[in-house]
Design a protein around this ligand. Structure first.
Ligand code: NZQ
Ligand code: ZN
Length: 385
């Protein structure tokens, strides 16, 4: 097991009625910037609930709405300007990963004098940030409990992730009921995203992180059990609750400490979103089984056998190659069961930009589970067509 520094500073208030804990935002001051997306929080009543708690707590708030899925750098710049002009004390994100990521970078850019894109290119340039509070409305990215943000500059077809300890939320409110209104499509995409966060660390060259591997399997099994359940009955509290906690645990560091590995399916997906603005989890569901097939070899077969037996319950007596291949087939079939698209063609992506996307990743995947050149990434994209 590798060395690690454990640090998960975000306080989590989990469960029904936890919105009342929003009053704790007053510890940071009396002026808050509330950041949200296209308006789902108005339709499902979360906006009204949050606004009421803020008013009761003596906190005044300004609003920045309209954060797009795959949030844009222009919105970050706008929010940072507002924070500076209004002398905002804390940033409150209400939404899914896009809103939270945007709010995180607003909080950082509010304390930075240069171009906010600098902070996306290099997280170490984040030297200070306003306190960040989140109310999660979609179980998927884990942004509610991690130090990452993913921001797009669509003019340049760039979608990049940045990281800093300083953008980890101070506290996050996770009420599973707030996800009842999430559509079937977003529930499916969110489930695929959570699973992908686990795959990115489960498939590691580190062989002795036994505990982390078993915890990864538990999160995967949770998604396999509760993803379809939440789609079938959107108001199944236990399904929503398990998915919500899985979302946070998948990426808050707990599963990767001691077995860290460079991610690769995520950066490959971010290129798809940068060029075609597709839903993150959809892109991951298409690429993941193809990537798995590509990296399956004599060197990796034991890990796929472990995955097949422990996660999918495949008979351990069968031939290792059969178990490994079936584990990938089962993964692909699961995403199909969730109604997710199977191929790039299904989401309107053709050959046209694949070389450009692969070129952007060339030379980056030197420390991934199986290192990949740009040409190999291109091959994976092509096999996903
Ligand atoms: O904008 P609104 O109106 O709120 O609607 C959103 C949006 O259309 C809707 N939604 C959210 N909560 C809802 C709801 N609709 C009804 N009821 C609710 N309770 O869902 C749509 C998608 O929202 P979005 O925030 O884009 O989804 P998600 O949480 O999947 O976030 C995706 C973004 O996060 C990045 C992705 O790349 C993508 O940009 N990621 C962030 C990560 C991180 N910070 O750690 C890691 C991830 O791997 C990922 O890359
Ligand atoms: Zn993701």
């Amino acid at each position: 097991m590798q060395n690690f520094n454990y640090s998960i500073p975000t306080k989590v208030y989990f469960g029904k009625g936890q919105i009342k804990k929003l009053s704790k935002i007053s510890q940071f001051g009396t002026k808050v910037l509330m950041v949200y997306g296209g308006g789902s929080i108005k339709g499902n009543g979360i906006y009204d609930k949050a606004a009421a708690v803020l008013r009761e707590s003596g906190v005044s708030f300004f609003e920045l709405s309209g954060v797009d899925p795959n949030p844009r750098i222009e919105t970050v710049a706008l929010g940072a300007k507002l924070c500076k002009e209004k002398e905002i004390d804390a940033v409150l994100a209400i939404g899914g990963g896009s809103t939270i990521d945007c709010a995180k970078m607003i909080a950082a850019a509010a304390k930075y004098d240069g171009d906010p894109w600098d902070l996306v290119l290099d997280g170490s340039k984040i030297k200070d940030a306003l306190p960040i509070v989140t109310i999660l409305t979609l179980a998927a990215t884990g942004s509610e409990m991690d130090g990452f943000a993913v921001i797009s500059d669509m003019d340049k077809n760039d979608k990049l992730d940045t990281a800093s300890e300083l953008i980890k939320p101070a506290f996050s409110i996770l009420d599973p009921k707030f996800t009842y209104s999430v559509s079937q499509k977003q529930t499916a995409a969110g489930t695929a995203d959570i699973m992908s966060h686990v795959f990115e660390v489960y498939f590691t060259r580190e062989k002795d992180a036994f505990l982390q591997a078993r915890m990864c399997e538990a999160v995967l099994k949770t998604c396999i059990k509760y993803g379809p359940a939440a789609m079938e009955n959107p108001e199944d509290y236990d399904a929503r609750a398990n998915l919500m906690w899985a979302s946070s645990l998948a990426i808050n560091g707990l599963l990767s400490y001691g077995s860290d590995v460079q991610w690769c399916v995520h950066p490959m997906e971010h290129e798809l979103s940068a060029f075609y603005d597709i839903t993150h989890g959809v892109g991951l569901a298409i690429l993941t089984p193809v990537w798995m097939e590509y990296v399956l070899s004599e060197a990796t077969i034991d890990k796929f056998v472990e995955f097949g037996i422990n996660v999918w319950g495949i008979d351990a007596e069968r031939e290792p190659r059969q178990i490994a291949e079936e584990s990938i087939d089962r993964t692909r079939a699961f995403f199909a069961q969730l109604g997710l698209p199977r191929t790039l063609a299904d989401v309107g992506i053709g050959e046209e930009n694949l070389s450009k996307m692969a070129d952007k990743l060339d030379g980056l995947f030197t420390d991934t589970y199986i290192p990949l050149t740009g040409n190999e990434v291109l091959e994976i994209y092509r096999r996903a067509l």
